[in-house]
Design a binder for this molecule. Sequence first.
Ligand code: FAQ
Length: 328
Amino acid sequence: MYGGGTIFEQPKQDNLTNEDPVLLAAFEARIERGEKIEPQDWMPQLYRKQLIRMIEQHAHSEIIGALPEGTWITRAPGFKRKMALIAKVQDEVGHAQMLYSAAETLGKSREQMINDLISGKSKYSNIFNYPAFTWADSCFISWLVDAGAIVNQLANARGSYGPYCRALDRICAEESFHLKYGHHCVIYLATGTTIQREMMQAAVDRWWKPMMHFFGPPDKMSVHTELLMKWKVKMATNDDMRNQFLDMYVPKIRELGLVIPDPILDKDEKTGKWIFSDPDWDEFFRVINGDGPCNKERLEVRKIAEERGAWVRRALSGNIFKPVTPLA
Ligand code: FAQ
């Protein structure tokens, strides 16, 4: 296992029955007034537990999310694209570090979070368990996965937990550059030669379903939304975020002559809601529970990275002669 750190006992409480009602009421009133909760402030165990779960999953998503695009750095067409992609991938890993720091303020150590990622205990975003076969797949991620991430993060940056919101503000600023870079890459392919256009269309066909999954299960199947909205951790429901993404990006995708692989995708102008085909929620749950096309490979790569970096961590901690403990 990843060494060091004290063992943090994950808050076990799944309800509020043991919380002091006076403190709980004061806490909820602060949230209602739009105040930020800071690490030293009183908070219910369940708020702490939910935030750790969500921020940790977000951090893992950034670090695993660097992998499918990372494999394209050496093959990106041209020096400028290589430079831009290196910078983007570096940013994503940096986002993970900011988010791990935000989660650490709640008491769980980075070592434990990394161990839980590598052992498969923690989740990370479904979408990074799919392969990036072509350069166009990498372009899809840079434009539309980043776009989806921004929709989610801009909303949640207005949330209640100070360290998470501040990390999200900084992340959104960087992601907006990724979005411009990704959009430029997609425009280039979608307005290029027949082969380039076909390659971009094939990427849209492959990634559309995971992209629909990206915002989480429909509200009626979501376990955590109600409580997280009440405590202003989530500032929009999964369906609202998906709808906002469709509102913003379906016209832009179609403008480029790309076809979204959903014959019934359409906006109901009366309700303002998009109508779309069922994106196969069974597949979503299989993938997030470890059985996607690349889950094993992604975790294996992370595990190797942790093993290879062990000597650096030992050196930094002054423990250079301590033997490396094999990863679990
Ligand atoms: N993938 O009750 P809900 C990025 C799980 S960052 C995997 O609705 P919740 C940057 C959920 O954890 C992308 N699992 O859950 C980038 C729960 O399982 P649990 C990540 C998912 O928390 C771009 C169960 O399903 N962004 O892309 C997913 O209320 C390009 C029930 O679901 C964040 O993490 C999913 N998509 O809402 C990097 C943002 N959806 O824990 C590189 C922060 C749901 O009970 C390249 N997170 N699940 O075992 C959130 O906003 C929320 O956690 C949601 C899910 C909206 C993702």
